[in-house]
Design a protein around this ligand. Sequence first.
Ligand code: F6P
Length: 542
Amino acid sequence: MTRMVERPEWKALRHHYEQIRHVHLRDLFREDPRRGERLVVDDAGVYFDYSKHRVTDETVALLLRLCDVSGLRRGIEAMFAGEHLNVTEDRPVLHVALRTPQGTKIVVDGVDVVEEVHTCLARMEAFSERIRGREWQGATGLAIRNVVNIGIGGSDLGPEMAHAALAWYGDRGITCRFVSNVDGMDFYEKTRDLDPTETLFIVCSKSFGTLETLTNARTARTWVLDAVGGGEDAVAKHFVAVSANPDRVAEFGIDTANMFPMWDWVGGRYSYDSAIGLSLMVFVGADAFREMLAGFHAVDEHFRTAPFERNIPVLMGLIGIWYNDFFGAETHAVLPYSQYLWKLTAYLQQLDMESNGKHVTRDGQPVGLQTGPIVWGQAGTNGQHAYYQLIHQGTKLIPSDFIGFADALEAVGDHQDLLMSNFFAQPEALAFGKTADEVRADGVPAGQVSARTFEGNRPTSSLLFPRLTPDTLGRLVALYEHKVFTQGWIWGIDSFDQWGVELGKTLANDIIPELEADTDPGLGHDSSTNALIRRYRALRGR
Ligand code: F6P
């Protein structure tokens, strides 16, 4: 297969880059006064403004050719049809089935997965209603009021992000916590003020073999049983599991009747809209959860059917490629102007970096181009007082997404307009900067003019939504999922495996007995690792 980097369409973009790399956004806006209305897509409940990017109509046309030459349309259809796009694991990539309305069929190996999804949703709903109605009792007869999700990576970041994002819609009488780190202090801090008799654990692990999760789940079992006494009966009242591996769930001691399914065709980082989001459904209720699924689905349909030049995730993906592969930008900032979205970027880090942090193509050749960016950021306006200085005046090019909402969920003074004034001001300042002449005209002393000059030409996308709702959250996350798909497909990589994290897991497992041994374990690592382990053992008195 010809690699993307060798294609004439890629080379044409390189040539084009040389021609326009110094073109300034000030000039692009001057030449086309309606640019800010033209380079916009208003569809699928999203207002997406990409006018403040260093692109011309020709750039966009050349980028769109990457879709054709990579067969993106075919790739999207293959994903929705359940083809095995995760080639190294030989699995379908079907997170879109998680939000496909009942009645639509997607058949995988003879099974209609949409039907399975809806059966699971109905079970989740019944379970959630029992907790929300305070009907589910712990072993001592007290109603469950605390729900602790134990999981890591995709089995943690999504539910926790969405729990934070939708806090306004949640039942505040239910305390939800998320334990992920194998650092015991995570478990300690998240449970120290909870009453075990009123606490239920949802152990989420697709594989049910993840060291962190199983360790935390064992600790939780001891914590509960020490308080309530009893054995399997008590476990059944305080533990449910979400997993694709019933055997391991049973081996752990959780009755599989208390297990909600996961499927091989959903990647962990694409899974919080499955039963992995059970804690979220308990918190916000089934109606809100289903509303979120409808939001996801609306963007799935947009991605599947909208022409690429009006397709928001495709444009997000192409613009990302433009900076990543041609301007040499290494990072991508995501800056939501909503405190409720304070966990969004951490969630997107896994989604994007675990998906597209790859160095070979789907057929195993070196990819020969830059793949996924480093994703970072936090909620505005906080970031403005931390690292925006570097975005404005540093030496690095950092394309950024600004995400904003028109309405606040509660009217608190004039906060919303103050917040959103920043959402509008920052991209404007980043794009247009402030020339030395403008700085001088402000009466700035000559010695400070260069330090106070803003070059501008810093690219941003603006994504504006009416209001942060479950539906909007679904739309927002689906946009990023499909952006990641678009990029991975064009680069020709497998966005759905994660072999890179496996090596670290294996090595850590080998080291555990060396840390715990009573006598000198006879270390065989490199001299640095050996010395560090010896020092650790000495510090621990071993
Ligand atoms: O970090 C690797 C990884 O496999 C992620 O892809 C996944 O989300 C996480 O571990 C947790 O996996 P599991 O749900 O199987 O415990």
